[in-house]
Design a protein around this ligand. Sequence first.
Ligand code: M6R
Length: 613
Amino acid sequence: MCGIVAYIGHREAYPIVVKGLKRLEYRGYDSAGVALLNEKKEFLVYKKTGKVSDLEASVGTQDTHAHTGMGHTRWATHGAPNDLNAHPHLSQNGEFAIIHNGIIENYASLKKALIDRGHIFKSETDTEVLIHLIEEIAKNNEVTFEEAVRMSLTQVVGAYAIVILSKTNPNYLIGARKGSPMVIGVGEGEHFIASDATPIVEYTRNVIYLNDGELAIVDNQKLTVKTIDNTIKTPYIQELEINLESIEKGGFDHFMMKEIFEQPRSILDSYRGRIHVNEATITMAGIDAFEDKLKNIKRIIIVGCGTSWHAGLVGEYLFEDFARIPVEVEYASEFRYRNPIINEDDFVIAISQSGETADTLAALELAKSKGATIFGICNVVGSSIPRMTDAGAYTHAGPEIGVASTKAFTAQVTALTLMALSIAQKRGTISTVRLRELLTELETIPAKVEKTLESNDYIKTIAAQIKDTRNALYLGRGYGFPIALEGALKLKEISYIHAEGYPAAEMKHGPIALIDEEMPVVVIATQHSNYEKVISNIQEVRARKGKVIAIATKGDEHIKEQADHVIYIPECEEAMLPLLATIPLQLLSYHIAVMRECNVDQPRNLAKSVTVE
Ligand code: M6R
């Protein structure tokens, strides 16, 4: 996790680096730091515990004049979040400086050997070990800066995206990656390096996504890419798809709220150009390429973490309902540690907003090693998962900055809906008439989401009534069950209220004991299959004085007698329920978190992209 940004060129580096760090802060916000290399070949290093704004305040009017510099925003792994452990770290002789995203897994053995050879460390980080190693290799082997970095990386086990500066080589900097993302922006007489494109897009649209095991040697004019074993590569320059507006708050108080309200557009973007209602066809290049395999497939395995895992559960219902394929949905973090049975006939789908989640990547690697076909559903273009899979589908939700996933989830569900329907058509498990009906319905969803968002003020009044609760229960059945899980996760992660999602009927097997007059129970109770049964579950809650907040179908008057609060969503096909029912739950947790004065966009202990296992 952690965000890195670096600049070399004709402009002042410090403002670019600090602005870039603010854009990357979603990746970690325990501490921040910069190292600037000035014309006198001196490092100006400033570090501070806390946010980038704390760093800025502590730097104040101190000297920041330099045209080369780099910065880091940290999500602590090795060593507490304090000033000492904040990056950048310097080598012992002060010649080199490093920023690092990832984990050096063999740092302990490297550190011990370095200590035995007289090195003294200032921090508890794995990163400092690497910069000491670079110093030692440069000194002992009398090799160039570039060679020292390259040779040291051959000794490193683990994941990294690093940038390194050298005082005696002020005209260039070196970036390298393995398992952690790195984007290089190519400008006019300047280059940028960052964990993602958001710090770069303001200055240039031309970027290179560095591949695993590659180094970039970058000066203000030239860029050389080579592998760790010293093979020169031809860099492939791509044009960025994101724009500046998409990474700014656009008048909203928080990114999360902006992203919730973007969903009519992001859902549309996920299916735009892919569905053809009149012809009743779906074009998804990644799926179409595997038509033969999918016709006869025996099983789909879906892997993901957190919200993406919840999307996977929705996918399970969709694939089973429409394509009649058995599906297993696995926590990526568990999957690889239990010797799963995977074979060449399996189709493994990884779902990930960031495309960088370490557990999901590791699960995919395992599936790939067993010969399965691996497929990615990701939001971040050019991220690691799309680059390692056989095929995939981008969700096109646009940058999601709030740590709590909102629009990425509904875009994932949209992509899964298209995949399930497309595979169903290829397998002949859906009629053309039914497919056309569903595609027609899908086209109404953005407007229905818009309608659902109109309940925002009402949802805020409900939030005010339950904001001080210590626990909450979320119940749903069928397609409503993953939504209950997702609603509970949203509440937990941004408002720090303990919440559990449960299949509504399972409540009576345990959680019902928790219910009393203080327990808010959010129930997905729309008029779909199981409606009557869910109403019975609501009555069970009411009989124990629980406070019921029902998500119901517009026009259902009966439910008003059953629930303390009713949030209506438009009528929809059951398979599209997740796309609508999620919205009020996102809004509810957002308002509760704001009322509890929590940091909505950057909840404590979390980071947007979890690149450690
Ligand atoms: O980038 P990914 O979708 O792979 O991330 C997976 C989870 O870390 C993520 O969904 C997390 O649970 C969110 N903070 C939930 O809002």
